[in-house]
Design a protein around this ligand. Structure first.
Ligand code: SAH
Length: 394
């Protein structure tokens, strides 16, 4: 096992179980360690403190265990995956009637940094964010079949865009186990085509499930604009909730196609829905005032990195300002940010600034976040990334 020694005093965050070791905390690396190797971390006092996957970059180790006795072997993967599955059973989502879509493994939130697994009916889509997880993908896949005990038949690996590019791992997306063409999953009784081949993330934004369900309750009798619709998730819930009319907008023509397909799958020949492949800012600029009384703004992560923060906050302010300017009196705005680099307060300040510019009375009805199958490790607050506000606009 390779050994990494920390600088004096740099073990504090690990003592509090934070699962990352930054390059600045390291004093010495023993041996020719390669990206993806397992390493043991020692304090400057030569005490074992953690074990994890080595990687190159500002985060140099992602911790898998703080227990010296716990080897990273077959029983490690089995225990961790089993714990994750048990958590989903405790939440109730793993066997919720009329639902077969949920996140089974959420990285640090499940003490498996660098690994994401989403379940879509009988297929698991697995995504590695670190070389270490990539090398162990087959072992993880086989163990997952065992842990899920007959509940899944196929495992699709989708890591071409998530692995560190410089590691040069040449990952190929494809089935590790099985191989299904049936890609329809059910979320709270609604059906969705999941494009795990080409879609964003693992093919679907599983993280908005509870927020979509909340939106359904507000939809009756309203005219809805679903901005940044992607697969049309919010649109389909709005239709089931009794919306008068639903317009979906996304700048990607493929997203619009997918939205139309998903609406047709659940509500064939329903004339209430229209979809437009257009830029959000242009659409909001040109749309007439008072047309909608329920607007969803779920933009892509405007800030992928810290340095982009200022522009991102400006983006949130601009987009929300347009919604406040145009939404009908008594309207409801669902507004989100999924940028990890933007915290709850910063997001709220952007929305506050946009509201103030419109001069309208605005109250907060709900403060939203990611669902329970995307848990946040209490020692890793960075894991909280999804923020949302539901606002009543007078
Ligand atoms: N609300 C969706 C997820 C949104 S992902 C859901 O629940 O599944 C963000 C989407 O914004 C992507 O589909 C992307 O194509 C779209 N997008 C990015 N920039 C855009 C822009 N300037 N105007 C409109 N859509 C944009």
């Amino acid at each position: 096992m390779y050994k990494i020694y920390l600088k004096s005093g740099k073990e504090e965050s690990l003592r509090r179980f934070h699962p990352w070791v930054f390059s600045g905390a390291i004093s010495r690396v023993e041996g020719k360690v390669q990206e993806g190797d397992l390493v043991d971390i020692y304090t400057s006092q030569n005490e074992f403190i953690a074990r994890g996957h080595y990687q190159i970059g500002s985060i140099m180790v992602r911790v898998l265990t703080f227990d010296e006795q716990e080897a990273i072997d077959a029983s490690f993967w089995k225990n961790r995956l089993h714990e994750a599955y048990q958590k989903r059973q405790a939440i109730g989502i793993a066997s919720y009637p009329g639902n077969n879509t949920f996140r089974l493994v959420h990285g640090e939130g499940d003490n498996l940094p660098g690994l994401v697994i989403d379940i879509y009916n009988r297929t698991a889509v697995m995504q590695a964010h670190s070389a270490g997880m990539h090398y162990q993908r087959m072992e993880i896949a086989q163990t997952l079949m065992e842990v899920m005990d007959g509940k899944i038949d196929h495992i699709y690996y989708k890591s071409e865009t998530t692995l560190p590019y410089k590691a040069d791992l040449g990952p190929e997306n494809g089935f590790l186990i099985g191989g299904s063409k049936d890609n329809i999953a059910v979320e709270y009784g609604l059906q969705f085509h999941i494009d795990w081949l080409k879609g964003q993330k693992t093919g679907f934004f599983v993280d908005q499930r509870e927020n979509r369900a909340l939106l359904e309750r507000y939809s009756k009798g309203r005219s809805v604009l679903n901005m940044f619709c992607y697969t049309g998730g919010f649109s389909v819930y709005a239709m089931r909730g009794g919306a008068l009319q639903v317009d979906s907008v996304d700048s990607s023509a493929k997203a619009i196609e997918l939205t139309k397909k998903n609406v047709a799958l659940n509500f064939p020949d329903d004339k209430r829905h229209n979809a437009y492949a257009e830029d959000a800012f242009k659409f909001l600029d040109e749309m007439e005032k008072d047309k909608y009384d329920l607007i969803i703004l779920d933009p892509p992560a405007f800030a992928k990195h810290r340095d982009a923060l200022r522009n991102a906050l400006q983006g949130y302010r601009r987009i929300n300002a347009k919604a406040f300017e145009k939404i009908r009196h008594g309207g409801i705005l669902f507004t989100f940010s999924c940028s990890q680099a933007v915290n709850k307060d910063q997001f709220r300040t952007s929305v506050f600034t946009a509201a103030a510019a419109s001069g309208r009375k605005v109250s907060i009805l709900h403060q939203l976040t990611q669902p329970a199958d995307h848990p946040v490790n209490i020692y890793h607050p960075e894991g909280e990334y999804l923020k949302g506000l539901v606002l009543y606009v007078e």
